[in-house]
Design a protein around this ligand. Structure first.
Ligand code: NAD
Ligand code: TYD
Length: 350
């Protein structure tokens, strides 16, 4: 049995990862770590202890707490770390960057130190989950490769780029067995309703206008969360030490087209719901430093890892919209005091 630490396990991608990995990898025991910030939710991991018993454990630890991290490494004798934990929302990083430095940079270095000091041999692997946003913005043409210069625009992407550089330095300096994946925008069940897709679904259901930043022509490259997580497992098992792998599904959409598609889907799925009205789009003040376009070239992961996304955008969007409709209780329980304060700060004066 391999003993794997998964950080950020109660968040969107992390919780989908833990569920999927426990199902697919019967020789893995997973220690799911999370600090349970506003974005972490134990409900996302519900039922796993009952289903997987000793193959699953949850620990509440903040990765900014070096002693907490070190004690866990001492106790557990990990064979690997898959590091998802992060402050992940660009708009929040613009409102308050410091937390992003603390968790994304310092927290990552605490985990790297834990791995350096306590991994028993060089087979033990540290997989760092990063993002296409470290490359900055593209114009109308081209796509990011692993050779593209990092050029982050937001405090979020700057903190992720800094953490990537620390991971690479641990490979170069200490020969720690590190791999980095950089993925494009994810969507799917359990995404916190501040990110574009679940936010628009929530607003549409609640009859609120849909705030599109700028003219809506910015482009994002989308992947269904399970496809990202399959790529994560491949990179963990087959990636070469010290290498970076871009993950993506070659699925670019302009924000405005995506929002219009969501409206069409909701109109179909909610046609019988009493009081549901066609949502209105409101063009609002642009995000400062808003990257124009992201597009990933995943050729290296396809070639070297056998990475191949399986879920089409049409299929994934239908599944996601239906999930948010059927799991209204899940997101209603999240939109509490802190959420409302954030929405007020972010959208009230736009
Ligand atoms: P999320 O915000 O939904 O989840 C992050 C999780 O990390 C939460 O459960 C939170 O409680 C936990 N966390 C935050 N600070 C912590 C701390 N100090 N100690 C321990 N846990 C802490 O984010 P997500 O969308 O699931 O993203 C997961 C990872 O994937 C991040 O590293 C992010 O940069 C990366 N990523 C995300 C996307 C995307 O589209 N969402 C795309 C590419 C890469
Ligand atoms: P987001 O989900 O925040 O992801 P990221 O900025 O990390 O790519 O936003 C996706 C795109 O949608 C981005 O171009 C900003 C835009 N956007 C809006 O137009 N309105 C919104 O209310 C939000 C949250 C995002």
């Amino acid at each position: 049995m391999k003993n794997i630490l998964v950080t950020g396990a109660a968040g969107f991608i992390g919780s989908n990862f833990v569920r999927r990995a426990l199902k697919l990898k019967s020789d893995w025991r997973i220690v799911a770590l999370d600090a349970l910030t506003y974005a972490g939710n134990l409900e996302n991991l519900k039922g796993l202890k009952e289903s997987y018993k000793e193959r699953y454990a949850f620990v509440k630890i903040d990765i900014r707490d070096k002693n907490g991290v070190f004690n866990l490494f001492k106790q557990e004798d990990f064979d690997g770390v898959i590091h998802f934990a992060a402050e992940s929302h660009v708009d929040r990083s613009i409102l308050g960057p410091l937390q992003f430095v603390e968790t994304n940079v310092l927290g990552t270095v605490n985990l790297l130190e834990g791995a350096r000091k306590f991994f028993k041999n060089e087979e033990c692997r540290f997989l760092h989950i990063s993002t296409d946003e470290v490359y900055g913005a593209l114009g109308d043409k081209g796509a990011f490769t692993e050779e593209t210069k990092i050029d982050p625009s937001s405090p979020y992407s700057a903190s992720k780029a800094a953490s990537d550089l620390f991971v690479l330095s641990y490979f170069k300096t200490y020969r720690l067995n590190c791999v980095i994946t950089r993925c494009c925008n994810n969507y799917g069940p359990y995404q916190f309703p501040e990110k574009l897709i679940p936010f628009m679904i929530k607003r549409a259901i609640d009859g609120e206008p849909l705030p599109v930043y700028g003219d809506g022509r910015n482009v994002r490259d989308w992947i269904f969360v399970d496809d990202h997580n399959d790529g994560t497992i491949l990179a963990f098992e087959k990636g070469n030490k010290g290498e970076i792998y871009n993950l993506g599904a070659r699925c670019e959409k302009r924000n405005i087209d995506l929002v219009k598609l969501l409206i069409e889907k909701l109109k179909v799925f909610l046609k019988d719901r009493k009081g549901f009205k066609e949502p209105e789009i409101a063009f609002v003040k642009d995000r400062p430093g808003h990257d124009f376009r992201y597009a990933m070239d995943p050729s290296k992961a396809e070639r070297e890892l056998g990475f191949k996304p399986k879920v089409s955008f049409e299929e994934g969007i239908d599944l996601t919209v239906k999930w948010y409709i059927e799991n209204e209780g899940w997101w209603r329980r999240i939109i509490s005091g802190e959420y409302l304060e954030y929405i007020e700060k972010q959208y009230a004066k736009r």
